[in-house]
Every structure is written in C-alpha cells, then in structure tokens.
Design a protein around this ligand. Structure first.
Ligand code: ADP
Ligand code: MG
Length: 244
C-alpha cells in the first residue's frame, strides 16, 4: 500500500478536488483506493456525496470503531474506490481543534495501527489533510510515503509552502512534490518557474490552469468525474503517471 498525503499551506488551493480526482483516476486504473477526509476542522469530501456513513474518521481516531469500518464504497464510481468521511458535527470539529501533544501522540499511534490493518487490502491510501502547520497534518505526513503539496501562485501561498518545506518536509526527510494549481490563463511556463523560484521549481510535478468549469461545479462533483477529457482531468492523469 502506498500512502499519499495531499497537503497545502493555505486552504482553498484545490486539495480536495485533486485528492478525489486522483483517487478516481487510480480506481479507473483498477487499483483499490481508500480516500480519507482528514481535514477534521473543515470536512469537505461529504459535499461531493450524499452518504450517511455509520462511522466517521473521528470515530476511528477515538477508538469507537476500526479503520475498515470508516470506509464506504463510492457508488457510481469504478469498483475500487472507497471513502472515509470526517464528521461535520460542531462537537466533533471543536474536539478536532484541540491540539494537545498527548492526544496527538495517541492519534499518531491510531493512524499507524490503522494503516497496518489496511496495508494488505489496499493499493493506495490517499489522505486529504488540513492545511497549514498543525499536529494533525504532521501526523499524516509522518505516516505517508509521499506528500503532494498544492499551492497557487499567490505570494503568501508560495512563501508559506517554501517555509513549510524547510520546516517539516526537509527535516522529516519526506518525499514531496509540489503542484501549482489555478494558474491564470496566459501565464507562461517560464513565468511560473520564475515566480515559484528554484526551490519549488525542482519539486514541481505539475501545473494546473484555473478553469471556470471546475468552479462552476460548486464542490458537488469533480470535473474529472464529469469530463475525463478536460485539461484538468488530463493534468490529474499526468500527476498519477508520475507518482504511481
Ligand atoms: N484548477 C482549478 N480551477 C478553478 N477552480 C479550482 C481549481 N481547483 C480547485 N478549484 C476551486 O477552488 C475551490 C477550493 O477547492 P478545494 O478542492 O475545495 O480546495 P481545498 O480542499 O484545498 O480547500 C473550489 O471552489 C474549487 O472548485
Ligand atoms: Mg478541502
């Protein structure tokens, strides 16, 4: 099993769209994929589906269920795609915001145990993380084989991504790649490279343009699911080629 964390410095860079699209892409290639919403403060995978799962990731983290109980088969997708949702109940979100070290150490051990139980049954575990530098994301990063960092060209986003790489990814020696998303039309490849600087350029595996069609789906569906030939979808295929 390969575990891939999709992370970013800021929210809204496109992590959930990219994570779900990559998961579907791998499932179309006949892989068994578990996609899990680990953005416990702002769950968003649920907006793409209408499931009422029996258990949430939160239940697994607090020992109320096993890792396998969280995952439900994605209906209307290729056979191999399974989803784990985060709870959007305010009580659970408040609990997720408690970042004390003891609790997070327990969570790290739960994640590692959960991964161990899944490892023989799953080809890819894709984790959609919470943005920024926080324990919950560091736990996921520590438990992953590869981290994909999604940034836009916004200065604060790029600066934050560079800092994050220096502060965690290089220290933890994690394999990581950068995806620059929402590049405005008309910005050349050279301009992107200049803007992101040497540090990120070396790690950049893909740029994705900004498409109104993606936004017009309003977080209810991915363009990847709807239009496999769309340039966004082709960019996802390119990323999956590079990491699989
Ligand atoms: N390449 C893109 N072009 C245009 N809009 C995009 C693109 N990627 C993501 N978006 C939009 O950006 C917003 C945030 O995306 P989302 O995947 O929820 O990000 P995150 O999970 O990082 O918060 C959504 O409205 C989504 O439709
Ligand atoms: Mg998200």
């Amino acid at each position: 099993m390969k575990t891939i964390a999709i992370h970013s410095y800021r929210g809204g860079t496109g992590k959930t769209n990219i994570a779900l699209s990559m998961a579907e892409c791998l499932a179309r290639r006949e892989k068994k994929v578990f996609l899990v919403d680990f953005d416990l403060r702002a769950p968003s995978l649920e907006s793409f589906f209408e499931y009422k799962p029996s258990y949430f990731v939160n239940d697994f983290l607090t020992g109320r269920c096993d890792a396998k109980d969280v995952f439900v088969k994605a209906e209307g997708f290729n056979d191999g795609l399974f989803l784990g949702f985060a709870s959007s109940e305010i009580r659970e979100i408040k609990e997720a915001m408690r970042e004390d070290k003891r609790k997070q150490m327990k969570i790290l051990s739960r994640i590692l145990n959960g991964k161990d139980l899944l490892k023989d049954e799953v080809d890819y575990l894709i984790v959609d993380t919470a943005p920024g530098l926080r324990y919950s994301s560091t736990n996921v990063i520590l438990s992953s084989d590869l981290v994909l960092l999604v940034s836009t060209l916004d200065k604060s986003d790029l600066d934050g991504t560079k800092r994050m790489i220096e502060e965690i990814h290089e220290i933890l020696d994690m394999p990581h790649f950068v995806i620059i998303n929402k590049v405005p039309e008309g910005v050349s490849g050279e301009e992107v490279s200049k803007e992101v600087g040497d540090k990120l350029s070396q790690k950049m595996i893909c740029t994705i343009l900004c498409y109104c069609e993606v936004m017009s789906l309003r977080g209810r569906q991915t363009i990847f699911h709807q239009q496999p030939e769309h340039p966004f979808s082709r960019a996802i295929e390119e990323i999956v080629d590079k990491i699989s």
